[in-house]
Design a protein around this ligand. Structure first.
Ligand code: NAD
Length: 253
């Protein structure tokens, strides 16, 4: 089966890591759906088409039950060809100085929103996508977790760390449940990747982090996209429930 028949849905695909994954999968022949809350999704999809790929942009808030329930209609004739889901949408709110808020100052509303987007959003979208993947007896689900879920983080907030840790547990459950259907579920745990999200951190935070990366630099969205492309491929067919650290060695178990 060629990649042409495997539509890839990338949540949070408008920019950063998601945009790089969408572009890479499109370059490999997958028709790609760039799903995002940001208008930028249209330009991202257009850039993929300009490069010779197939792409559609759809408005999607992964935390909105009704919007997720409308995914089959939003994808139209592509829904039945869904083969790859990349749960990439995420937020990492910080305090006004770009530093993580101490737990004692964290508004409950901010906690709830991060859990809703980073964890419940992945649940909602994964659940919605199970029927077409099961029907074809083949699928790839990829979660973007974080180094914050692998070791202590001095940059991300407690809500982010909790949500990403939960996402890893959810991925294990999903991998166990969907294995018999030919669907693999794997996680990528990026270290520090140079994206709009990472650039929102306090001055000096990224340089300080980079100083402790064995490979000597922050990651690029393309570094993560290469690993996502492998996880989406036939070659990764016997890999499920795994977490791959993509951080230049910044985290080593
Ligand atoms: P980013 O902020 O640059 O991009 C995230 C994208 O997700 C944006 O396009 C945003 O609009 C979209 N998004 C946010 N909320 C959404 C929602 N409710 N519904 C749909 N789309 C939504 O961030 P990034 O750095 O590219 O991060 C991508 C993923 O990788 C995130 O899950 C993030 O937590 C994870 N991650 C990033 C880093 C890093 O260093 N950049 C490290 C570890 C993990």
């Amino acid at each position: 089966m060629s990649n042409e028949g495997k539509v890839a849905l990338v949540t949070g695909g408008a920019r950063g890591i998601g945009a790089a994954i969408a572009a890479k999968l499109a370059a490999l022949g997958h028709p790609v759906v760039v799903a995002d809350v940001l208008e930028e999704r249209e330009a991202t999809a257009e850039a993929i088409r300009a490069a010779g790929g197939k792409a559609r942009a759809i408005a999607l808030d992964v935390a909105d039950d009704a919007a997720v329930a409308a995914l089959p209609a939003a994808l139209g004739d592509w829904w039945g060809q869904l083969g790859v889901l990349v749960n990439n949408a995420g937020i990492s709110p910080k305090g006004p100085d770009g530093r993580r808020r101490p737990i004692r100052e964290m508004p409950a509303e901010e906690w709830r929103r991060v859990l809703a987007v980073n964890l419940t959003g992945a649940f909602l979208v994964s659940q919605a996508c199970i029927p077409p993947l099961r029907a074809r007896g083949w699928g790839r689900i990829i979660m973007l977790t974080s180094q914050a879920a692998r070791a202590k983080s001095q940059i991300a907030g407690a809500h982010y760390t909790a949500a990403k840790s939960g996402l890893m547990g959810f991925a294990r459950s999903l991998a166990t449940e969907l294995g018999p259907d030919g669907i693999t579920v794997n996680s990528i745990a990026p270290g520090r990747i140079d994206t709009p999200m990472a650039r929102g951190a306090a001055a000096g935070a990224n340089d300080a982090f980079a100083a402790n990366i064995p490979l000597g630099r922050l990651g690029t969205p393309g570094d993560v996209a290469e690993v996502a492309a492998f996880l989406a491929s036939e070659a990764a067919g016997y890999l499920t429930g795994a977490t791959i650290d993509v951080g230049g060695g910044s985290y080593m178990p």
